[in-house]
Design a protein around this ligand. Structure first.
Ligand code: C2E
Ligand code: MG
Ligand code: MG
Ligand code: MG
Length: 280
């Protein structure tokens, strides 16, 4: 009896797994078509200097226009990584964003660009050449571009990611660690790896001023960043008190819905040379 029930469970589980695998494959096929059909687009979220309130850079964030419905990256980046589509998709994202920023910079606006990378891209054999090529094509100087990678890339150093990042760094491109604070990469270690900036995870900023440990940790990260010459960007600023506290702690840069939401390229035009928003 028990054995029969057990087998039944396994069958239900197997059927469920099968459905999930099929759904995943369907998504991967749709994504491939979406890239060919031009259904992806980028939004740009301003990053501001907390000292001057000026917009110093924008972070490119990918979206998918799926039959008129906008789908966010959390719903498809994983599938794109699994199928390998992230490599051509990532190249499209990089080129599209660099083209836009090159145009914004023509009018003497010293704006930087941040682009998110998956470790799969970093490890793909031609990636360094791709970045070099896109910079050459768009005429963007390398130091304008910051590539954001997650902390795990450095911690595990899967298949030589650190060496690849070093080659990118040699092109003159800047490196940022995204979602810092969730893993365990020490700031000193990041400094050794020539990381230019770290982005403090939004979960820290959410609890700022509410949880003493988090507040202390955030303060320590900002302090250490300053001492080591690593720029610190606070992500996920939503409330005025967070902004005040981060400024008081001497945090260099900030990003979040309070500062400005991700916006289409046309929205960025109107920010040229100005402050990000009324809440600053
Ligand atoms: P991320 O790189 O940490 O990007 C920041 C995410 O936080 C964005 O979500 C942004 O819309 C959101 N955000 C910004 N300010 C606030 C705030 O004040 N409050 C809250 N609650 N959220 C805020 P999004 O666009 O959904 O992107 C999610 C993640 O998907 C990104 O996290 C990044 O890891 C990944 N991603 C986005 N675009 C790309 C891309 O072009 N390539 C790759 N490989 N990954 C991407
Ligand atoms: Mg990011
Ligand atoms: Mg990220
Ligand atoms: Mg982040």
């Amino acid at each position: 009896r028990a054995k029969e029930r057990g087998t039944g469970h396994v069958e239900v589980y197997a059927a469920h797994m099968h459905e999930m695998v099929v759904a995943r494959l369907e998504l991967q096929i749709r994504l491939r078509r979406a890239l060919a059909d031009g259904e992806f687009f980028l939004e740009y979220q301003p990053i501001v200097d907390l000292g001057t309130s000026q917009v110093t850079a924008v972070e490119a964030l990918v979206r998918w226009n799926r039959d008129g419905e906008v789908v966010g990256p959390d719903a498809f980046i994983g599938a794109a990584e699994e199928s390998g589509l992230i490599v051509p998709l990532g190249e499209w994202i990089l080129r599209e964003a660099c083209e836009k920023v090159a145009v914004w910079r023509v009018s003497d606006w010293d704006i930087g660009l941040s682009v998110n990378l998956s470790v799969k891209q970093v490890l793909s054999p031609r990636f360094v050449r791709t970045v070099e090529g896109v910079l050459a094509e768009t005429g963007l100087s390398a130091e304008v571009l910051t590539l954001e990678v997650d902390e795990e890339v450095l911690l595990e150093d899967e298949g030589d990611a650190v060496a690849r990042l070093g080659e990118l760094r040699e092109l003159g491109v800047r490196l940022a660690i995204d979602d810092y604070g969730m893993g365990y990469a020490s700031l000193a270690h990041l400094r050794e790896l020539s990381v230019d900036s770290i982005k403090i995870d939004p979960s820290f900023i959410a609890d700022l001023g509410r949880d003493d440990t988090v507040t202390l940790l955030t303060h320590t990260i900002i302090q250490l960043g300053r001492d080591l010459g690593v720029q610190v960007v606070a992500e996920g600023i939503e409330r005025p008190e967070q902004l005040e506290q981060l400024r008081a702690m001497g945090c260099d840069h900030g990003q979040g819905f309070l500062v400005a939401r991700p916006m289409p390229a046309e929205g960025v035009d109107s920010l040229a040379g100005g402050e990000a928003g009324p809440d600053l």
